[in-house]
Design a binder for this molecule. Structure first.
Ligand code: TRP
Length: 332
């Protein structure tokens, strides 16, 4: 089997207005794979349910995520873009996989442990605010991955453990019921590391330091101009690797542009204001065309619905086939 025969799958959780950190970690890898591979990309609205209890908000974020993927160049010839909740088989596989998933595995999930740690730090009950959707999140994610026979699962570093759990669960299943699932492999995008936000900490909605991906030009500029820097004078030499400006630039430029920008930092003579302007112009030139298409799609939600419907029509037969195999193995 050649590499391009491998099936790629990833899910985008519609929990907020997507920012540049989301783009680099999750959207861009899926878009890149879709150029060469059959790629299942779905909006993971069921995964948003443990956090967002408002249908309108989930729907809005779902449209945003879908419009983003399309406008940023998801190759629709190879990609199957759909909404997770549109495929009934996912709920069923989720239930079936419960029975081969050790509880101890869920106890070890980073995201669940982080939620518990936060409660402990706040002197709250250890289970406060933790619903079963959050606790069993990795099982649903395993069902996503296994339902579509995925080989390659591109994810941000924070999701690697979840893909490894899917691999473990597939292994337990195969051992119990015979070879049924392929074992998926997580692929973490090129050295993205942690993507810094405006204040230099990890770009995250919870720190309120994000740069929205499809912000209008003016807002984009304002945000970038607000990046926190140290107090070096324009004349001083600066270490690009310590600069949020440089770190963000790396994701929007070619190798030679990156090398040149690094040199400008080191050489001295470039103030942070100039560096920010260069970053803004670069980011804006990459995003301005997609932004137009994004805005057009967001103004036409029916078109997004049609695209997601078409995706579901292509995803469903695969899901039906897998589920039938699993039911046969487990129930005869
Ligand atoms: N959990 C992922 C996130 O938070 C989204 C997701 C859901 C996913 N199902 C998936 C990613 C399956 C990869 C494969 O970003």
């Amino acid at each position: 089997m050649s590499n391009t025969d491998k099936i790629v799958l990833t899910g985008i959780k519609p929990t907020g207005t997507p920012h540049i950190g989301n783009y680099i970690a999750a959207l861009e890898p899926a878009i890149e794979y879709s150029k060469t591979h059959k790629t299942f990309v779905f909006i993971a609205d069921l995964h948003a349910l443990n956090l967002i209890h408002d249908a309108k908000t989930i729907r809005e974020h779902t449209y945003q995520a879908a419009a983003l993927l399309i406008s940023l160049g998801l190759n629709m010839d190879n990609a199957i873009l759909f909404r997770q909740s549109d495929i009934d088989e996912i709920y069923q596989l989720n239930t079936l996989l419960m029975n081969v998933t050790p509880k101890g595995l869920m106890n070890r999930a980073h995201s669940y442990k982080a939620a518990m740690d936060k409660n402990i730090a706040n002197n709250d009950d250890v289970d406060a605010g933790i619903n079963m959707g959050l606790y069993t999140y990795p099982i649903l994610m395993s069902a996503d991955i296994l339902l579509y026979n995925s080989d390659i699962v591109p994810v941000g570093a924070d999701q690697k453990q979840h893909v490894e759990f899917a691999r473990d669960i597939a292994g337990y299943f195969n051992k119990t019921y015979g070879e049924t699932f392929k074992l998926p492999t997580p692929v973490i995008g090129r050295d993205t590391g942690i993507i810094p936000g405006l204040d230099g900490r990890k770009m995250s909605k919870s720190y309120d330091n994000t740069i929205p991906l499809m912000a209008p030009e003016k807002e984009l500029k304002k945000k970038i101009m607000r990046i926190i820097t140290d107090s070096k004078t324009p004349e001083e030499s600066k270490n690009p690797d310590e600069s949020t400006i440089f770190h963000l630039y790396k994701h929007f430029a070619t190798e030679s542009e990156i090398a040149e920008f690094a040199e400008m930092f080191r050489r001295g003579g470039m103030g942070y204001g100039t560096a920010k302007t260069i970053l803004f112009e670069r980011v804006n030139s990459v995003l301005s065309e997609p932004r137009t298409e994004y805005e057009r799609l967001m103004a036409n939600p029916n078109e997004i619905e049609r695209i997601l419907d078409t995706g579901a029509k292509h995803a469903r037969p695969v899901a039906i086939e897998t589920l039938a195999r699993v039911k046969k193995a487990m129930l005869g």
